[in-house]
Design a protein around this ligand. Structure first.
Ligand SMILES: NC(=O)c1ccc[n+]([C@@H]2O[C@H](COP(=O)([O-])OP(=O)(O)OC[C@H]3O[C@@H](n4cnc5c(N)ncnc54)[C@H](O)[C@@H]3O)[C@@H](O)[C@H]2O)c1
Length: 267
C-alpha cells in the first residue's frame, strides 16, 4: 500500500489563525493539499487566509470563524468546508489554550473541543455510513505523556486527548469504519501560547523561567514531523513525540509487568 499522499487531500485545522495551526496549514498548501481552518480570532484568521491565498491560490484555502467549544457552530463550519471542497480527508484538532486559573475554559477548549472535532470528522468520514474514510490527528503535548508542576490543568487536558484518541484507535471496527487516529506531542514551540503568558496562566512561572534553557523546538521541524506522521502508510495508533533535536514514536499501550508499566519506543 502506498504512503498517504497529502496532494489534493483536504485538511480541516482548528486554531489555524496562528502558531502551530497556521504552520500546519502552510505545510499542507506547500504539499499541494487544501485547507479549511477555523479560529476564534476573526481578524487574524482573515489575514492568514489572505496571506496563504496570495502564495498558494485562493481556491486552496478558506477560513471560517468558529469556537470549538460551540458544537453547532463548529459543525456548521465543517459542513461549509465539505460544501466548498467536496470532502474532508484529515481533521487536525489543534486549538488550545494555557490558563491554569480557568480550568473549565481550558478543559472546554483543549479537551471537549478536540472531542467535538473528532466526532464531527468521524461522522463525515466513516465508510460504514457512506464516507470515504480519513484520518484524525489530535495535537497533544509533551505534557500529554509526562507530568509537570507548572501545568496541571493543561497537562490533564493533553493526557485526556492522548487517552481519548488512543482509545478510539483501538476500535474493533476500525477496518469497517476506515478512520485512523493519531496524536502529536510537541515540546515547547515559540508561539503566542508560550510567549504571551499572563500571571497565573502557568504555575510557578519564576521557577520555570529559571529552569528553562530556551531550547525551543523549531516550527519547521514540528511541521516536518507532522507530515511524517500523517503520511504513514498506517497511521492508526501512532503517537509522535517531537522535542528539540529528537523525534520518537512512542508506544502507548503500556505493558503491565507485575507492579510496573513500561513504555517502549515504537520505531
Ligand atoms: N507552543 C507550544 O509550546 C506547544 C507545545 C505542545 C503543544 N502545543 C499545542 O499546540 C496547539 C496550538 O498551540 P500554539 O502553540 O500554536 O498556540 P497559539 O496560541 O499560537 O494558537 C492556538 C490557536 O487556537 C485558537 N483558539 C483558542 N481557543 C479557540 C477556540 N475555542 N476555538 C477555536 N480556536 C481557538 C487561538 O485563537 C489561536 O489562534 C495547542 O493545542 C497547544 O496546546 C503547543
Amino acid at each position: 500500500m502506498p504512503e498517504f499522499n497529502v496532494r489534493d487531500k483536504v485538511f480541516f485545522i482548528t486554531g489555524g489563525a496562528s502558531g502551530i495551526g497556521r504552520g500546519l496549514a502552510e505545510g499542507v498548501l506547500a504539499r499541494q493539499g487544501k485547507v479549511f481552518f477555523i479560529d476564534v480570532q476573526e481578524e487574524a484568521g482573515q489575514e492568514a487566509q489572505n496571506e496563504l491565498a496570495a502564495t498558494y491560490g485562493a481556491i486552496n484555502v478558506r477560513f471560517g470563524k468558529a469556537d470549538v467549544t460551540n458544537r453547532e457552530g463548529f459543525q456548521e463550519t465543517f459542513n461549509l468546508a465539505v460544501t466548498i471542497f467536496g470532502k474532508v480527508d484529515v481533521m487536525v484538532n489543534n486549538a488550545g489554550i494555557v490558563r491554569e486559573t480557568r480550568p473549565a475554559q481550558v478543559i472546554a477548549v483543549n479537551l471537549l473541543g478536540a472531542i467535538y472535532g473528532t466526532e464531527i470528522a468521524m461522522a463525515h468520514m466513516r465508510k460504514d455510513h457512506g464516507g470515504r474514510g480519513g484520518r484524525v490527528v489530535n495535537i497533544s503535548s509533551l505534557y500529554g505523556l509526562i507530568e509537570s508542576p507548572f501545568l496541571p490543568v493543561y497537562g490533564a487536558t493533553k493526557q485526556g486527548i492522548r487517552s481519548y484518541t488512543q482509545s478510539l484507535s483501538l476500535s474493533p471496527k476500525l477496518e469497517e469504519i476506515g478512520v485512523e487516529y493519531a496524536t502529536l506531542h510537541p515540546d515547547g514551540v515559540q508561539t503566542s501560547l508560550v510567549l504571551n503568558v499572563q500571571p497565573g496562566d502557568i504555575l510557578y512561572l519564576e521557577e520555570l523561567t529559571k529552569q528553562f534553557e530556551e531550547k525551543y523546538l523549531q516550527m519547521e521541524k514540528l511541521v516536518d514531523a507532522f507530515f511524517q506522521l500523517v503520511s504513514l502508510e498506517k497511521m492508526n495508533g501512532a503517537a509522535l513525540l517531537v522535542k528539540h533535536g529528537t523525534k520518537t514514536f512512542v508506544e502507548l499501550s503500556l505493558e503491565e509487568k507485575g507492579d510496573t508499566f513500561t513504555v517502549k519506543p515504537r520505531l
